[in-house]
Unconditional design. Structure first.
Length: 624
């Protein structure tokens, strides 16, 4: 077939379009992402880095292990630290940084594809495929997932320098590659796979006469990855249960197939109203087309297609042994390999003439027409979650300004609103600590006990004018304090069956012997009392949790004795600084509205003329 006219030369006026066309496509597709606010895991990260007062605090915020032992100073700590300390919790600068990073990924994909294929059409098409793929949506719209677009920037940047080293033999490129590679560990742990990527590139794309020497230069990279892996395992040992269970078994192949399907069609495909049958056809058509192209290229001894497939498998590899955690955004870097492969296919087809170009154009248009609507719908969905999160937090801030010093009880919080904001303790990062759900609302969204106000405690706080109640069900928060107070008065007892010692709202239940509050706990001396609601049935237990200090345990165990209404329940020896224990309640406690619990500890420790016995965080009556 005759080549297309615009492929005969390399017109200079097309150069700008080659490089910046995909970036403009990225801007068009994600133009609505710049206004996205905080949601989900963003709030714990804001809290984690939000208490920097000196250089020591800065080091802790930047480099101490966080969530599953991760240490990601460039992709998590620094962006959120700047957001809290410099930009007053304004996410717009971070949103700009996310776009700039993704644009850098796009330019490096263009550069790498051009180097691999020599085709400007392939170099133009490859980043378009990546930008339009559904796995990119979460990193582009969720601040906490920034690492997924930042990590490939280091991976691609290091590989680009290595390729330049292979082309020129100049040592400075290898050294620059080494620096970028090491810095990449601060973005994401998956950076350990880079040496494998470098080796695969050597085997698939390097000049035959230089392969052996280039392979030798990758050995130090493997040693660095091994050292980092050992360090990370020490900070975050392999877990054998829960969402991050690590297990290598035959199920890896099923998970690889699942991720392949997700790379072709988003797992949200059906949720957004598309048919299962059409989704299956897209997966089958995409798979057959790519396999056919790979086989065709291998027959022509063009093995660079193997590099693209290897990129997908190698960058996804660290996620495959996680049977309980499958996330679409884990594919952000892996789909770059498939995008380059698809771009290479488009370039090869267009190079073959009008007929081949038409054959490639039809499935390409079909794929983009299926993927872009899913991406846009996902952007709208995540933007909506961001909006309801911001509206709630801003609304609660307004309530606090109008009611300084009062606790805030929320009713009518939907499951979505709870998931994206309340469950992640969003308010604490914006100067409002004492926000709770009503007990009915908490039960509806399955909130943990510390986020729900007990009805008896809520009733007391409202009667003492220490709290307000707002409904979140409408466009604006609505004050329902009066009607909710009447509702509680008709159905609650005097004392709750759970007493949180560090919460001021529970203070009316504590005897005068209790001393200073420390975080969510409170000091007592040798003895103290607390009131708590009695059980409704026999067989209940009284549970307590607390702490002591090392100096007390140096002289032997801490003795804790518990009594109820003057009846001694027993005494235990606590041999650790953190203790948790329980005693069976007598049948005489059944049906009692209030139980008077007595606590006595020894030995105490004297500091500054004051005897300190122990810190207690909570008491609970357990009926199950």
């Amino acid at each position: 077939m005759k080549k297309l006219p615009f492929l005969v030369k390399d017109p200079k006026h097309l150069a700008a379009g080659l490089w910046f066309g995909p970036v403009l496509f990225l801007l068009w597709l994600y133009s609505g992402s710049f206004g996205i606010w905080w949601r989900l895991d963003d709030f714990p990260l804001l809290g984690f880095v939000g208490h920097v007062h000196n250089f020591h605090d800065l080091l802790i915020a930047m480099f101490s292990p966080y969530a599953q032992g991760s240490i990601r100073p460039w992709s998590e700590r620094l962006p959120f630290l700047l957001s809290t300390t410099v930009f007053a919790n304004n996410p717009v600068p971070l949103r700009i940084a996310v776009f700039a990073t993704a644009a850098g990924d796009v330019l490096l994909i263009t550069w790498l594809t051009r180097r691999l294929t020599g085709s400007r059409i392939a170099a133009f098409a490859a980043p378009l495929f990546w930008v339009a793929s559904a796995p990119v949506v979460s990193p582009m719209t969720w601040n906490s997932a920034y690492n997924e677009v930042q990590f490939p920037l280091f991976l691609l940047g290091a590989l680009a320098c290595f390729i330049r080293y292979a082309e020129t033999g100049q040592r400075r490129y290898w050294q620059l590659q080494l620096a970028i590679f090491i810095l990449g560990f601060g973005a994401l742990e998956t950076n350990v796979v880079y040496p494998v990527i470098a080796v695969v590139w050597v085997l698939c794309a390097a000049e035959p006469g230089r392969k052996k020497r280039l392979l030798v230069t990758t050995l130090p990279l493997f040693l660095i990855s091994a050292a980092y892996a050992a360090m990370h395992l020490k900070a975050a040992p392999i877990v054998h249960e829960g969402p991050y269970l690590f297990r290598i078994d035959s199920g890896i192949w099923a998970r690889l197939y699942e991720y392949w399907r997700w790379a072709c069609v988003s797992p949200q495909w059906v949720e957004y109203g598309h048919s299962v049958r059409r989704g299956n056809r897209i997966v089958i058509t995409t798979t057959i087309t790519l396999i056919a192209f790979v086989v065709w290229q291998l027959k022509r001894k063009r093995v660079t297609v193997l590099f693209c497939l290897a990129w997908f498998v190698v960058t996804l590899g660290p996620m495959l042994p996680l049977p309980n955690r499958h996330e679409e955004y884990y594919l952000t870097a892996p789909v770059m390999g498939l995008a380059i492969l698809a771009g290479q296919g488009v370039g090869a087809a267009c190079n073959g003439g009008w007929g081949w170009c038409a054959m490639a154009l039809l499935p390409t248009i079909a794929w983009f027409s299926a993927s872009i609507p899913v991406v846009r719908e996902s952007i709208r969905r995540f933007s909506w979650e961001s909006n309801i999160s911001e509206n709630l937090v801003r609304g609660v801030q307004g309530v606090r300004r109008r009611n300084p010093g009062k606790a805030i009880f929320l009713d009518g919080v939907s499951f979505d609103l709870f998931r994206v904001a309340v469950s992640e303790y969003a308010f604490q990062n914006f100067g409002v600590d004492d926000v709770y759900l009503t007990d009915e609302n908490g039960a509806a969204v399955h909130a943990p006990p510390d986020q729900v106000i007990d009805p008896a405690v809520g009733r007391h706080a409202l009667e003492q004018n220490h709290a307000v109640v707002y409904d979140t069900g409408g466009e604006h928060l609505r004050d329902i304090t009066g009607e909710y107070t009447l509702k509680l008065a008709a159905r609650t007892g005097i004392a709750p069956q759970r007493v949180e010692m560090g919460n001021p709202l529970y203070g009316y239940l504590l005897g005068p012997e209790w001393m200073s509050q420390v975080n969510d706990a409170r000091w007592m001396a040798e003895s103290a009392t607390v009131e708590i609601g009695g059980p409704a049935r026999a067989g209940a237990r009284l549970s307590f949790e607390g702490w002591c200090i090392d100096q007390q345990l140096r002289r032997g165990p801490l003795y804790v004795a518990i009594s109820v209404d003057g009846t001694r329940l027993g005494e235990v020896q606590e041999k650790a600084t953190h203790f948790q224990n329980e005693f069976a309640l007598p049948n005489s406690a059944v049906g009692r509205e209030v139980l008077r619990v007595g606590v006595r500890v020894h030995p105490t420790i004297r500091v500054g003329g004051q005897d300190y016995g122990a810190l207690f965080s909570r008491f609970r009556v357990l009926e199950h």
